[in-house]
Ligand binder design. Structure first.
Ligand SMILES: [Zn+2]
Ligand SMILES: [Zn+2]
Length: 244
């Protein structure tokens, strides 16, 4: 069977599962209480780990929300990071379910949380397009979908902003970033992305589920800027805080 057909069948299978699940009375994904049609009940939603004041560029906590020393000394190729949550329990479980267990309804929920964060930051300017961080093609085939793409699709639809998936790709699949120490991640992603698009003057919002060190997002932003992008923003559901 062709890879394309296999991946189309996977997508069909996942949508059928989602449709079946939606037909059931909604229970909270975290505590299984009745949740009034929401994926996460109101009580669980209130207790999710939020980020406090943070650097607007990289999303890491700073005492008063000012730019962090690292971004001041070495400005990264992206200009802003919007993160809905800190990557901690139980958001880590939700992201795992979205990424590895086909819980695609979580992409709708994730996009909703990101829109709330974007509005909370008083950001009214919309990007010219959303671009999901590309997965290596073999990983996408194994999984049948790219979770970043699922979230980006919802954001694009809800904000009526174009979604761009063609013309950018992962060209080299190193070891998964999660398998590497933080210090080796920047080197592992060097040369990992290619962009065949002319992005001259555009503001690009790159979408991903979790931003860990930011090494992949920085490398991707560098490639988008080299293709002409005027500004690159990261829209991520959860931001990993550095080891204490
Ligand atoms: Zn709950
Ligand atoms: Zn920063």
């Amino acid at each position: 069977m062709s890879n394309f057909l296999a991946s189309a069948l996977d997508t069909l299978r996942l949508s059928a599962l989602e449709a079946a699940r939606r037909a059931l009375p909604q229970r909270c994904e975290l505590c299984a209480a009745a949740s009034a049609g929401e994926l996460i009940c109101a009580a669980c939603a209130r207790s999710l780990p939020r980020l406090g004041p943070a650097c607007a560029v990289c999303g890491l906590p700073t005492p008063g929300g000012e730019l962090c020393g690292q971004c001041l000394a070495h400005p990264p190729p992206f200009a802003a990071t919007f993160a809905a949550f800190a990557y901690a329990f139980p958001v880590d479980r939700l992201m795992h379910a979205l990424k590895y267990h086909g819980r695609l309804a979580l992409s709708e929920w994730s996009a909703g949380a990101l829109l709330v964060e974007h509005a909370r930051r008083g950001s009214t300017a919309l990007p010219d397009c959303f671009v999901p961080l590309p997965l290596a093609s073999d990983r996408q085939r194994e999984r049948g979908y790219n979770q970043a793409s699922e979230i980006a699709r919802v954001l694009a639809r809800r904000l009526a902003v174009p979604l761009v998936r063609d013309g950018v790709r992962r060209v080299r699949a190193g070891p998964p970033q999660a398998a590497l120490p933080w210090t080796e991640r920047a080197r592992n992603v060097r040369g990992a992305f290619a962009c065949a698009l002319d992005l001259a003057g555009l503001t690009i919002a790159v979408v991903d589920d979790v931003m860990t060190t930011g090494a992949s997002l920085a490398e991707f932003a560098r490639v988008l800027r080299a293709a002409g992008a005027a500004r690159v923003e990261n829209w991520v559901v959860a931001r990993t805080l550095p080891p204490a």
